[in-house]
Design a protein around this ligand. Structure first.
Ligand SMILES: Cc1cc2nc3c(=O)[nH]c(=O)nc-3n(C[C@H](O)[C@H](O)[C@H](O)COP(=O)(O)O)c2cc1C
Length: 198
C-alpha cells in the first residue's frame, strides 16, 4: 500500500516528530511505501489566498505546492495525519494545509449546504497528542468536540474511511522514558493491526 503521512510540529526533536519517524519506519518494515510530508520543514505556506476561493481555471490555477499536495493524496491509499492538540484543535499549520489542500472540488463538494466527500476509497489514520489526560478530556466534553470536528467533520466528511484515531495523552516535557516506550509500542501495534499482511 502507498501511505502519505502529513505531520505538523515545529520542533524536530518533539515527541510528535519521534512518533512520526517511528510510524514511518514501522510501515516500511511491514513492506509498505510511505512518503512523509513534514509541513514545517517543507515550509508549507498555510495561508489560503483570495484567488483560491475562485474555481481553479487556466486563468486561476491553484498554487503549485497545493496541486502537488493534492496529487500526493490522490496517489496514496492511506493518509495518516499527525499533530499535537493545541487549544484542543490542530496547529494553525495543519489547519492551513486542510484549508488549502482539502479544497472544494478536490476533497468535497457542497450542494445546498450539504457536504459530499470526494476522497472515498481512501483510508485515514489520525494520531494526536495532548498534555491533558484523556479521562479528563472525556469528562468535560472536549474529547467529544475533537471527535465531532476532527474525525468526522474533516476526515469522514471528505470521504475517508477513518481506520483509527490513536491518541497519546499526558505528553509533556517530563514524559518518562518508560511511558514514551509504551507509547511507541502502541504506535507500532496500530500500524501492525491495520497494515500487516495487506
Ligand atoms: C499552543 C499550545 C496549545 C496547547 N493546547 C492544549 C490543549 O488545548 N489541550 C491539551 O491537552 N494540551 C495542549 N497543549 C499541550 C500539547 O498538546 C502537548 O504539550 C504536546 O502535544 C506534547 O507533544 P510534543 O512533545 O510533541 O510537543 C498545548 C500546547 C501548545 C504549545
Amino acid at each position: 500500500m502507498k501511505h502519505l503521512i502529513v505531520v505538523a510540529h515545529p520542533s524536530e526533536t518533539s515527541f510528535t516528530m519521534a512518533l512520526t519517524r517511528s510510524y514511518a519506519a514501522e510501515l516500511e518494515k511491514l513492506g509498505h511505501r510511505q512518503r512523509t510530508y513534514d509541513l514545517y520543514r517543507a515550509g508549507f505556506d498555510p495561508i489560503l489566498t483570495a484567488e483560491e476561493l475562485l474555481p481553479a481555471s487556466v486563468d486561476h490555477p491553484a498554487p503549485a505546492h497545493v496541486v502537488k499536495a493534492q496529487d500526493d493524496i490522490r496517489a496514496a491509499d492511506v493518509v495518516t495525519v499527525i499533530y499535537p492538540l493545541w487549544w484542543m484543535s490542530m496547529p494553525a499549520m495543519m489547519k492551513g494545509y486542510i484549508d488549502r489542500v482539502f479544497a472544494r472540488g478536490f476533497a468535497y463538494d457542497s450542494r445546498n449546504g450539504v457536504v459530499h466527500g470526494l476522497l472515498s476509497g481512501k483510508k485515514a489514520v489520525l494520531i494526536t497528542i495532548s498534555g491533558a489526560p484523556l479521562p479528563l478530556l472525556m469528562s468535560n466534553g472536549r474529547w467529544n468536540a475533537v471527535q465531532v470536528l476532527q474525525d468526522t467533520h474533516v476526515l469522514r466528511s471528505s470521504g475517508f474511511d477513518l481506520l483509527e484515531h490513536l491518541h497519546f495523552d499526558e505528553v509533556g516535557p517530563d514524559l518518562s522514558k518508560t511511558v514514551a516506550e509504551r507509547h511507541m509500542a502502541q504506535l507500532r501495534a496500530c500500524a501492525q493491526r491495520h497494515f500487516s499482511g495487506s
